[in-house]
Design a protein around this ligand. Sequence first.
Ligand code: GLN
Length: 438
Amino acid sequence: MKNLSSSSKQPSALYMLFSVEMWERFNYYGMRAILALFMTKALGFDKATSTQIFGWFTAFVYLTPLLGGYLADRFIGKRRSITIGALIMIAGQYTLALYDIIPAKIALMAGLTLIIIGNGFFKPNISSIVGDLYEPNDKRRDRGFTIFYMGINLGSFIGPIVCGALGQGISWKYGFMAAGTGMILGLITYLSLQKHFLGNIGLKPAVKQSEFSNQPLTKIEKDRIKAIFVLIAFSVFFWCFFEQAGTSLNYFADEATRLPVWDIFGWKIQIQSSFFQSINPMFVLLLAPMFSLLWKKLNKREPSIPNKFGWGLLLQGIAFTIIAIAASIYINGGKAQVSMLFLVATYFFCTTGELCLSPIGLSMITRLSPAKYVSLMMGVWFASSSLGNLFAGQLASFYDRWTLSHLFALPAIMSILFAITMFIMTKKIKTWMHETEY
Ligand code: GLN
């Protein structure tokens, strides 16, 4: 089933995994879009409590992939883990929808816990199985992950709109049920197509499949793990700043930005602050094909992985410089609201940074990790998002306590400093990667 060709055509299994992951992200981001509102409006929690629950929830969602990856590598195999994860997440969404039948707090806690566990089984394995479609030095891998990343963001874009419209417009439970139904559609797609597209890939635990499973790691493998850990350490800060989108940038949209009413063919549409949450996935969808093309066009001059990470951080630095300027205009202008173009430009640069780092990180994990640990290492990659989310919440909690322009200047300065450090370290990290081609 592995497609060995190095032509530019992607393996068709990629598009099957694309659709499954699209539905899973529809389910996750659809629920996430209404969760905080549900907690304050339906359950009567105050903002401090609901944002804290939200922060811990997202941190745990990205922590359990460590365990899910480990179990898949050792015992269960990737394919089965994906099915188990999907089933548990479906159960989680429908449990959330039970809040008016069973005690609401129990529905909330049980539902979120199931989603955390389900995601642990699902997310690292759907990501690492994509890597199994390529031979180690297949140049299509980074581009393949960029395409896969579009599936992620197609789901992330549509989920909040559908679940938001149903949840806020009709009843919260329909929002959660729509999310769960999306995951059901993803599971049906997966179960009906996996045999045809995946052959034997991911059936057995990687440790059992590897002929070297009992041997200690070689020097090259250890070096590569070192390279991965350094890159992951930098990505913690990338996510810490990137995840301001849900909190501080969200408040900025709400309080400090002029939100116009648009007249679209006679329909008056009030731009809402929550709409800004869809800008990032929208930009991913628009820009990912261009990035894919860019890497292809650059061919031999395609930047190395650490170099792309450096660019990711630099672009994020530019994004926060823009919003720091907007914040200082807002403050110095006596809190007169600023144009929404500032936020759009900020999200544009955050997204270009994300595209240099996030799909590349997924691709890197599958290429550089020892075969028997790929899913576990994918879990480590997502753990960086977990830590990033946790720090992001802490940083955002200074929103009312710091001068706003300083709150955004800090990520700007730090991202640029990290980018410079990454550029300086590129050569060293490349030697740890032990690859001639990248
Ligand atoms: N938005 C991407 C996803 O949902 C990346 C998330 C992350 O790694 N923090 O998969």
